[in-house]
Design a protein around this ligand. Structure first.
Ligand code: HEM
Length: 410
Protein backbone atom coordinates (compact mmCIF):
# COMPACT_ATOMS: atom_id res chain seq x y z
CA UNK A 1 0.00 0.00 0.00
CA UNK A 2 2.67 2.52 1.09
CA UNK A 3 6.46 2.28 1.54
CA UNK A 4 7.46 -0.20 4.23
CA UNK A 5 8.17 1.28 7.66
CA UNK A 6 10.25 -0.34 10.39
CA UNK A 7 8.15 -3.02 12.07
CA UNK A 8 5.78 -1.39 14.58
CA UNK A 9 6.53 -3.65 17.56
CA UNK A 10 4.26 -3.32 20.62
CA UNK A 11 3.77 -5.12 23.91
CA UNK A 12 0.29 -6.53 23.69
CA UNK A 13 -1.61 -9.71 24.53
CA UNK A 14 -5.35 -9.73 23.89
CA UNK A 15 -5.80 -12.62 26.34
CA UNK A 16 -4.11 -10.81 29.26
CA UNK A 17 -5.83 -9.67 32.45
CA UNK A 18 -4.57 -6.16 31.73
CA UNK A 19 -6.36 -6.09 28.38
CA UNK A 20 -9.55 -7.32 30.02
CA UNK A 21 -9.37 -4.58 32.66
CA UNK A 22 -8.52 -1.71 30.28
CA UNK A 23 -9.60 -2.97 26.86
CA UNK A 24 -10.83 0.29 25.32
CA UNK A 25 -7.91 2.27 26.74
CA UNK A 26 -5.40 -0.24 25.36
CA UNK A 27 -7.11 -0.35 21.95
CA UNK A 28 -7.21 3.48 21.74
CA UNK A 29 -3.52 3.68 22.53
CA UNK A 30 -2.60 1.08 19.89
CA UNK A 31 -4.84 2.65 17.27
CA UNK A 32 -3.32 6.09 17.86
CA UNK A 33 0.29 4.86 17.79
CA UNK A 34 0.19 2.18 15.11
CA UNK A 35 -3.08 0.88 13.68
CA UNK A 36 -1.11 -2.02 12.16
CA UNK A 37 1.26 -3.25 14.88
CA UNK A 38 3.13 -6.43 15.75
CA UNK A 39 3.43 -8.21 19.08
CA UNK A 40 5.63 -11.15 20.10
CA UNK A 41 2.92 -12.63 22.36
CA UNK A 42 1.73 -16.19 21.54
CA UNK A 43 4.55 -16.72 19.04
CA UNK A 44 4.01 -13.37 17.30
CA UNK A 45 1.03 -11.82 15.51
CA UNK A 46 -0.10 -8.59 13.86
CA UNK A 47 -2.77 -6.48 15.56
CA UNK A 48 -5.05 -4.32 13.40
CA UNK A 49 -6.91 -1.60 15.32
CA UNK A 50 -7.69 1.04 12.67
CA UNK A 51 -11.03 0.91 10.85
CA UNK A 52 -9.42 1.02 7.40
CA UNK A 53 -6.97 -1.86 7.88
CA UNK A 54 -9.54 -4.04 9.65
CA UNK A 55 -12.10 -3.48 6.90
CA UNK A 56 -9.49 -3.98 4.15
CA UNK A 57 -8.37 -7.28 5.72
CA UNK A 58 -11.96 -8.50 6.11
CA UNK A 59 -12.60 -7.83 2.45
CA UNK A 60 -9.39 -9.45 1.15
CA UNK A 61 -9.78 -13.21 1.61
CA UNK A 62 -6.95 -13.89 -0.86
CA UNK A 63 -4.36 -12.23 1.34
CA UNK A 64 -6.05 -12.91 4.70
CA UNK A 65 -7.15 -16.53 4.97
CA UNK A 66 -9.52 -17.84 7.63
CA UNK A 67 -7.55 -21.11 7.57
CA UNK A 68 -6.21 -22.74 9.66
CA UNK A 69 -7.80 -20.85 12.57
CA UNK A 70 -9.61 -17.62 13.48
CA UNK A 71 -8.15 -17.86 16.98
CA UNK A 72 -4.75 -16.76 18.28
CA UNK A 73 -3.33 -19.04 19.54
CA UNK A 74 -4.94 -21.46 17.09
CA UNK A 75 -7.48 -23.78 18.62
CA UNK A 76 -6.12 -27.27 19.51
CA UNK A 77 -9.22 -28.84 17.96
CA UNK A 78 -7.77 -30.55 14.86
CA UNK A 79 -10.57 -29.65 12.42
CA UNK A 80 -11.84 -26.30 11.14
CA UNK A 81 -14.92 -24.60 12.58
CA UNK A 82 -17.39 -24.29 9.69
CA UNK A 83 -18.13 -22.07 7.90
CA UNK A 84 -15.94 -19.62 9.79
CA UNK A 85 -12.60 -21.39 9.21
CA UNK A 86 -13.03 -21.78 5.46
CA UNK A 87 -12.13 -19.57 2.49
CA UNK A 88 -14.24 -18.60 -0.52
CA UNK A 89 -15.58 -20.06 -2.72
CA UNK A 90 -16.17 -22.91 -0.22
CA UNK A 91 -17.43 -20.39 2.38
CA UNK A 92 -20.34 -19.40 0.13
CA UNK A 93 -21.36 -23.01 -0.41
CA UNK A 94 -21.15 -23.77 3.30
CA UNK A 95 -23.24 -20.72 4.22
CA UNK A 96 -25.86 -21.71 1.66
CA UNK A 97 -26.39 -24.97 3.57
CA UNK A 98 -28.09 -23.15 6.47
CA UNK A 99 -28.79 -19.65 5.10
CA UNK A 100 -32.56 -20.12 4.85
CA UNK A 101 -32.78 -20.49 8.65
CA UNK A 102 -31.17 -17.09 9.21
CA UNK A 103 -32.91 -14.81 6.68
CA UNK A 104 -34.83 -11.78 7.95
CA UNK A 105 -38.10 -13.54 7.10
CA UNK A 106 -37.14 -16.78 8.84
CA UNK A 107 -36.13 -14.90 11.96
CA UNK A 108 -39.31 -12.79 11.86
CA UNK A 109 -41.29 -16.02 11.84
CA UNK A 110 -39.43 -17.14 14.98
CA UNK A 111 -39.95 -13.88 16.82
CA UNK A 112 -43.27 -14.73 18.57
CA UNK A 113 -41.68 -17.90 19.97
CA UNK A 114 -38.58 -16.02 21.09
CA UNK A 115 -40.85 -13.47 22.77
CA UNK A 116 -42.76 -16.23 24.52
CA UNK A 117 -39.53 -17.78 25.82
CA UNK A 118 -38.31 -14.36 27.00
CA UNK A 119 -41.62 -13.84 28.81
CA UNK A 120 -41.29 -17.22 30.52
CA UNK A 121 -37.75 -16.44 31.67
CA UNK A 122 -38.76 -13.06 33.10
CA UNK A 123 -41.74 -14.73 34.84
CA UNK A 124 -39.24 -16.83 36.76
CA UNK A 125 -37.74 -13.81 38.56
CA UNK A 126 -40.06 -10.83 38.13
CA UNK A 127 -41.80 -11.31 41.51
CA UNK A 128 -38.46 -11.36 43.35
CA UNK A 129 -37.53 -7.77 42.51
CA UNK A 130 -33.95 -8.85 41.85
CA UNK A 131 -32.08 -11.24 39.61
CA UNK A 132 -28.84 -11.99 37.83
CA UNK A 133 -29.99 -10.69 34.47
CA UNK A 134 -26.99 -12.10 32.59
CA UNK A 135 -27.44 -15.62 33.96
CA UNK A 136 -31.25 -15.67 34.10
CA UNK A 137 -32.21 -13.97 30.82
CA UNK A 138 -29.36 -12.87 28.54
CA UNK A 139 -27.65 -16.28 28.62
CA UNK A 140 -30.57 -18.75 28.49
CA UNK A 141 -32.64 -17.03 25.79
CA UNK A 142 -30.07 -17.15 22.95
CA UNK A 143 -28.98 -20.64 24.09
CA UNK A 144 -32.51 -22.03 24.14
CA UNK A 145 -33.23 -20.40 20.78
CA UNK A 146 -30.29 -21.94 18.92
CA UNK A 147 -30.97 -25.33 20.56
CA UNK A 148 -34.59 -25.16 19.48
CA UNK A 149 -33.56 -24.19 15.95
CA UNK A 150 -31.09 -27.09 15.80
CA UNK A 151 -33.70 -29.46 17.19
CA UNK A 152 -31.77 -30.22 20.41
CA UNK A 153 -33.28 -30.52 23.89
CA UNK A 154 -33.73 -26.96 25.15
CA UNK A 155 -33.72 -27.95 28.83
CA UNK A 156 -30.06 -29.04 28.55
CA UNK A 157 -28.94 -25.44 27.90
CA UNK A 158 -27.07 -25.03 31.24
CA UNK A 159 -24.66 -27.93 30.64
CA UNK A 160 -23.98 -26.85 27.04
CA UNK A 161 -23.60 -23.18 27.95
CA UNK A 162 -20.97 -24.21 30.51
CA UNK A 163 -19.03 -25.99 27.74
CA UNK A 164 -19.36 -23.03 25.38
CA UNK A 165 -18.28 -20.54 28.05
CA UNK A 166 -15.18 -22.59 28.74
CA UNK A 167 -14.32 -22.94 25.04
CA UNK A 168 -14.91 -19.26 24.29
CA UNK A 169 -13.36 -17.67 27.35
CA UNK A 170 -10.88 -20.05 28.98
CA UNK A 171 -9.54 -22.21 26.16
CA UNK A 172 -6.05 -20.70 26.32
CA UNK A 173 -5.64 -21.69 29.98
CA UNK A 174 -6.01 -25.46 29.75
CA UNK A 175 -5.55 -27.38 26.50
CA UNK A 176 -6.49 -30.78 27.96
CA UNK A 177 -9.76 -29.42 29.34
CA UNK A 178 -10.45 -27.66 26.03
CA UNK A 179 -10.15 -30.95 24.18
CA UNK A 180 -12.25 -32.79 26.77
CA UNK A 181 -14.96 -30.11 26.66
CA UNK A 182 -15.03 -30.11 22.86
CA UNK A 183 -15.12 -33.93 22.98
CA UNK A 184 -18.22 -33.86 25.19
CA UNK A 185 -19.99 -31.53 22.75
CA UNK A 186 -18.99 -33.68 19.77
CA UNK A 187 -20.37 -36.76 21.53
CA UNK A 188 -23.69 -34.99 22.21
CA UNK A 189 -23.86 -33.80 18.59
CA UNK A 190 -23.09 -37.32 17.33
CA UNK A 191 -25.92 -38.70 19.45
CA UNK A 192 -28.34 -36.21 17.90
CA UNK A 193 -27.05 -37.00 14.38
CA UNK A 194 -27.62 -40.70 15.13
CA UNK A 195 -31.19 -39.95 16.21
CA UNK A 196 -31.86 -38.14 12.89
CA UNK A 197 -30.31 -41.04 10.96
CA UNK A 198 -32.59 -43.49 12.75
CA UNK A 199 -35.80 -41.43 12.64
CA UNK A 200 -35.39 -39.42 9.44
CA UNK A 201 -34.47 -35.80 8.82
CA UNK A 202 -36.81 -32.94 9.68
CA UNK A 203 -37.03 -29.23 9.07
CA UNK A 204 -34.56 -28.24 11.79
CA UNK A 205 -31.13 -26.67 11.40
CA UNK A 206 -29.23 -29.89 12.14
CA UNK A 207 -31.23 -31.71 9.46
CA UNK A 208 -30.29 -28.95 6.96
CA UNK A 209 -26.63 -29.43 7.84
CA UNK A 210 -26.94 -33.21 7.46
CA UNK A 211 -28.50 -32.70 4.01
CA UNK A 212 -25.76 -30.20 3.11
CA UNK A 213 -23.73 -30.51 -0.08
CA UNK A 214 -20.58 -28.63 -1.07
CA UNK A 215 -18.29 -29.08 -4.06
CA UNK A 216 -20.78 -31.55 -5.53
CA UNK A 217 -20.65 -33.95 -2.55
CA UNK A 218 -22.38 -34.44 0.79
CA UNK A 219 -20.83 -32.94 3.92
CA UNK A 220 -18.87 -35.66 5.71
CA UNK A 221 -19.63 -36.56 9.37
CA UNK A 222 -16.76 -34.44 10.70
CA UNK A 223 -17.96 -31.43 8.72
CA UNK A 224 -21.51 -31.92 10.01
CA UNK A 225 -20.14 -32.01 13.52
CA UNK A 226 -17.90 -28.95 13.12
CA UNK A 227 -20.71 -26.91 11.56
CA UNK A 228 -23.09 -27.73 14.40
CA UNK A 229 -20.35 -27.09 16.95
CA UNK A 230 -19.77 -23.62 15.44
CA UNK A 231 -23.47 -22.79 15.77
CA UNK A 232 -23.31 -23.75 19.44
CA UNK A 233 -20.37 -21.39 19.99
CA UNK A 234 -21.66 -18.52 17.87
CA UNK A 235 -25.27 -18.81 18.96
CA UNK A 236 -24.85 -19.15 22.71
CA UNK A 237 -22.32 -16.57 23.71
CA UNK A 238 -22.28 -13.40 21.63
CA UNK A 239 -25.80 -11.98 21.96
CA UNK A 240 -25.78 -12.39 25.74
CA UNK A 241 -22.62 -10.26 25.78
CA UNK A 242 -24.34 -7.52 23.83
CA UNK A 243 -27.30 -7.45 26.24
CA UNK A 244 -25.12 -7.30 29.36
CA UNK A 245 -22.97 -4.50 27.94
CA UNK A 246 -26.05 -2.53 26.89
CA UNK A 247 -27.70 -2.86 30.32
CA UNK A 248 -24.59 -1.48 32.01
CA UNK A 249 -24.80 1.56 29.71
CA UNK A 250 -28.52 2.02 30.35
CA UNK A 251 -27.84 1.93 34.07
CA UNK A 252 -25.36 4.77 33.62
CA UNK A 253 -27.44 6.78 31.15
CA UNK A 254 -30.88 7.35 32.68
CA UNK A 255 -31.90 9.78 29.94
CA UNK A 256 -31.34 7.20 27.25
CA UNK A 257 -33.20 4.61 29.27
CA UNK A 258 -36.17 6.98 29.75
CA UNK A 259 -36.24 7.66 26.02
CA UNK A 260 -36.22 3.96 25.22
CA UNK A 261 -38.91 3.22 27.80
CA UNK A 262 -41.08 5.91 26.20
CA UNK A 263 -40.29 5.12 22.58
CA UNK A 264 -39.38 1.62 21.34
CA UNK A 265 -39.00 3.14 17.89
CA UNK A 266 -35.49 4.10 19.03
CA UNK A 267 -34.52 0.48 19.59
CA UNK A 268 -33.15 -0.26 16.08
CA UNK A 269 -30.82 2.77 16.16
CA UNK A 270 -29.84 1.96 19.76
CA UNK A 271 -29.04 -1.64 18.77
CA UNK A 272 -26.59 -0.45 16.11
CA UNK A 273 -24.97 1.97 18.53
CA UNK A 274 -24.62 -0.63 21.30
CA UNK A 275 -23.01 -2.98 18.77
CA UNK A 276 -20.58 -0.27 17.71
CA UNK A 277 -19.80 1.17 21.11
CA UNK A 278 -19.57 -2.03 23.21
CA UNK A 279 -18.76 -4.58 20.53
CA UNK A 280 -19.20 -8.10 21.97
CA UNK A 281 -16.88 -9.93 19.54
CA UNK A 282 -13.63 -8.08 20.16
CA UNK A 283 -11.64 -9.58 17.34
CA UNK A 284 -10.89 -12.69 15.28
CA UNK A 285 -7.85 -13.78 13.33
CA UNK A 286 -6.67 -14.46 9.81
CA UNK A 287 -3.42 -15.88 8.39
CA UNK A 288 -1.39 -14.04 5.75
CA UNK A 289 -1.15 -16.12 2.55
CA UNK A 290 1.85 -14.41 0.85
CA UNK A 291 4.47 -11.77 1.58
CA UNK A 292 2.85 -8.36 1.11
CA UNK A 293 2.98 -4.67 2.02
CA UNK A 294 -0.03 -3.62 4.05
CA UNK A 295 -0.53 -0.09 5.42
CA UNK A 296 3.22 0.48 5.50
CA UNK A 297 4.10 -2.83 7.16
CA UNK A 298 5.69 -5.91 5.63
CA UNK A 299 3.58 -9.00 6.25
CA UNK A 300 5.03 -12.46 5.67
CA UNK A 301 3.24 -15.57 4.48
CA UNK A 302 2.07 -17.51 7.52
CA UNK A 303 1.87 -14.51 9.88
CA UNK A 304 -1.23 -14.56 12.10
CA UNK A 305 -3.22 -11.29 12.16
CA UNK A 306 -5.79 -10.21 14.74
CA UNK A 307 -8.59 -8.05 13.31
CA UNK A 308 -9.93 -5.99 16.21
CA UNK A 309 -13.54 -5.13 15.34
CA UNK A 310 -14.04 -3.39 18.70
CA UNK A 311 -11.09 -1.07 18.11
CA UNK A 312 -12.11 -0.30 14.52
CA UNK A 313 -15.61 0.64 15.70
CA UNK A 314 -14.19 3.45 17.83
CA UNK A 315 -11.85 4.91 15.22
CA UNK A 316 -12.38 8.68 14.93
CA UNK A 317 -11.43 8.44 11.25
CA UNK A 318 -14.63 6.46 10.76
CA UNK A 319 -17.06 8.00 13.24
CA UNK A 320 -17.25 11.36 15.07
CA UNK A 321 -16.96 11.32 18.88
CA UNK A 322 -16.32 7.56 18.79
CA UNK A 323 -16.29 7.06 22.57
CA UNK A 324 -19.75 8.58 22.96
CA UNK A 325 -22.80 6.36 22.87
CA UNK A 326 -25.17 8.44 20.74
CA UNK A 327 -28.31 6.79 19.44
CA UNK A 328 -29.12 9.89 17.38
CA UNK A 329 -26.02 9.70 15.20
CA UNK A 330 -26.55 8.91 11.52
CA UNK A 331 -26.25 5.18 10.90
CA UNK A 332 -22.63 4.08 10.46
CA UNK A 333 -21.21 0.89 8.98
CA UNK A 334 -19.75 -0.64 12.13
CA UNK A 335 -17.83 -3.90 11.97
CA UNK A 336 -19.41 -5.65 14.98
CA UNK A 337 -20.79 -8.38 12.68
CA UNK A 338 -17.71 -8.33 10.44
CA UNK A 339 -18.09 -7.60 6.74
CA UNK A 340 -17.48 -9.42 3.46
CA UNK A 341 -17.70 -13.16 2.84
CA UNK A 342 -17.81 -14.14 6.51
CA UNK A 343 -20.20 -11.44 7.74
CA UNK A 344 -22.13 -12.88 10.67
CA UNK A 345 -24.62 -15.44 9.45
CA UNK A 346 -26.68 -14.95 12.61
CA UNK A 347 -26.90 -11.14 12.48
CA UNK A 348 -30.69 -11.06 11.92
CA UNK A 349 -31.22 -13.55 14.71
CA UNK A 350 -28.89 -11.69 17.08
CA UNK A 351 -30.71 -8.42 16.38
CA UNK A 352 -34.13 -9.88 17.10
CA UNK A 353 -32.93 -11.67 20.24
CA UNK A 354 -31.38 -8.45 21.52
CA UNK A 355 -34.41 -6.31 20.78
CA UNK A 356 -36.85 -8.80 22.30
CA UNK A 357 -34.79 -8.93 25.50
CA UNK A 358 -34.48 -5.14 25.72
CA UNK A 359 -38.18 -4.72 25.03
CA UNK A 360 -39.07 -7.23 27.73
CA UNK A 361 -36.75 -5.55 30.24
CA UNK A 362 -37.95 -2.02 29.45
CA UNK A 363 -41.57 -3.17 29.78
CA UNK A 364 -41.41 -5.39 32.83
CA UNK A 365 -38.45 -4.02 34.83
CA UNK A 366 -38.16 -0.45 33.54
CA UNK A 367 -36.60 0.86 36.76
CA UNK A 368 -33.92 -1.85 37.00
CA UNK A 369 -30.64 -0.76 38.54
CA UNK A 370 -27.35 -2.59 38.56
CA UNK A 371 -26.63 -3.50 42.19
CA UNK A 372 -23.08 -4.80 41.98
CA UNK A 373 -20.06 -4.85 39.73
CA UNK A 374 -21.14 -8.09 38.07
CA UNK A 375 -18.54 -10.46 36.74
CA UNK A 376 -16.90 -10.13 33.35
CA UNK A 377 -15.37 -13.18 31.71
CA UNK A 378 -11.68 -12.94 32.58
CA UNK A 379 -10.54 -12.98 28.93
CA UNK A 380 -11.86 -10.21 26.68
CA UNK A 381 -9.61 -11.12 23.75
CA UNK A 382 -12.35 -12.65 21.65
CA UNK A 383 -15.59 -11.83 23.47
CA UNK A 384 -16.33 -8.88 25.74
CA UNK A 385 -19.17 -10.05 27.92
CA UNK A 386 -20.57 -10.37 31.43
CA UNK A 387 -21.13 -13.73 33.08
CA UNK A 388 -23.12 -12.21 35.96
CA UNK A 389 -24.95 -8.91 36.31
CA UNK A 390 -27.05 -8.42 39.47
CA UNK A 391 -29.98 -6.01 39.13
CA UNK A 392 -32.87 -4.91 41.36
CA UNK A 393 -36.24 -3.48 40.29
CA UNK A 394 -39.78 -2.95 41.52
CA UNK A 395 -41.28 -6.47 41.70
CA UNK A 396 -43.83 -7.22 39.02
CA UNK A 397 -46.37 -9.94 38.28
CA UNK A 398 -45.97 -13.15 36.36
CA UNK A 399 -47.99 -13.10 33.17
CA UNK A 400 -49.36 -16.59 33.76
CA UNK A 401 -49.87 -18.30 37.12
CA UNK A 402 -47.27 -21.05 37.62
CA UNK A 403 -49.30 -24.28 37.16
CA UNK A 404 -50.97 -23.19 33.91
CA UNK A 405 -47.71 -22.36 32.15
CA UNK A 406 -46.44 -24.43 29.22
CA UNK A 407 -42.94 -24.25 27.81
CA UNK A 408 -42.55 -22.55 24.43
CA UNK A 409 -40.95 -24.52 21.63
CA UNK A 410 -39.74 -23.34 18.26
C1 HEM B 1 -24.46 -9.83 18.91
C2 HEM B 1 -24.25 -11.05 18.52
C3 HEM B 1 -23.24 -11.47 17.49
C4 HEM B 1 -22.10 -10.86 17.09
C5 HEM B 1 -21.52 -9.53 17.58
C6 HEM B 1 -21.50 -11.70 16.07
C7 HEM B 1 -20.30 -11.39 15.41
C8 HEM B 1 -19.80 -12.13 14.37
C9 HEM B 1 -18.64 -11.77 13.59
C10 HEM B 1 -17.77 -10.54 13.85
C11 HEM B 1 -18.47 -12.70 12.63
C12 HEM B 1 -17.42 -12.66 11.51
C13 HEM B 1 -16.32 -13.65 11.69
C14 HEM B 1 -15.20 -13.49 10.72
O1 HEM B 1 -15.16 -12.57 9.90
O2 HEM B 1 -14.28 -14.31 10.81
C15 HEM B 1 -19.50 -13.69 12.81
C16 HEM B 1 -19.64 -14.83 12.07
C17 HEM B 1 -20.59 -15.77 12.30
N1 HEM B 1 -21.66 -15.71 13.18
FE1 HEM B 1 -22.03 -14.20 14.45
N2 HEM B 1 -22.27 -12.80 15.90
C18 HEM B 1 -23.35 -12.70 16.74
C19 HEM B 1 -24.39 -13.60 16.87
C20 HEM B 1 -24.53 -14.76 16.15
C21 HEM B 1 -25.60 -15.69 16.29
C22 HEM B 1 -26.79 -15.54 17.24
C23 HEM B 1 -25.37 -16.70 15.43
C24 HEM B 1 -26.26 -17.88 15.20
C25 HEM B 1 -26.06 -19.04 15.45
C26 HEM B 1 -24.12 -16.41 14.75
C27 HEM B 1 -23.52 -17.20 13.79
C28 HEM B 1 -22.38 -16.86 13.09
C29 HEM B 1 -21.76 -17.74 12.10
C30 HEM B 1 -22.24 -19.12 11.69
C31 HEM B 1 -20.65 -17.06 11.60
C32 HEM B 1 -19.66 -17.54 10.55
C33 HEM B 1 -20.02 -16.98 9.22
C34 HEM B 1 -19.01 -17.32 8.14
O3 HEM B 1 -17.88 -17.65 8.46
O4 HEM B 1 -19.35 -17.23 6.97
N3 HEM B 1 -23.64 -15.21 15.21
N4 HEM B 1 -20.32 -13.31 13.86
Amino acid sequence: MTATNPRAEVEFDHHSADFCARNYEVMADLRARCPVAHTEAHGGYWVLTGYEPVEAALRDDDLFSSRPSVGIPASPIPAPLLPIESDPPLTRELRAVTARHFTANAVRALEPTIREMAGELVDEFVERGECDIAAELATPLPARTILAMLGFAQHRWPEWVDCVHFLMHDRTTDEARTLATAGKLFADIAEEVGRREANGLGDDLLSSIMRGRVEGRALDPLEVSMYTFTLFLAGMDTTSGLVGNALVRLDEDQDLRARLVADRGLLPAATEEFLRHDTPVTGLARTVTRDAEFFGQHLRAGDPVLLMFAAANRDSGFVDRPDELDVDRPRVRHLAFGVGEHRCLGANLATVLFQVMLDEILTRLPDFRVTGPGERFPDAGETYALRHLPVAFTPGRRRVPRPARKSATV
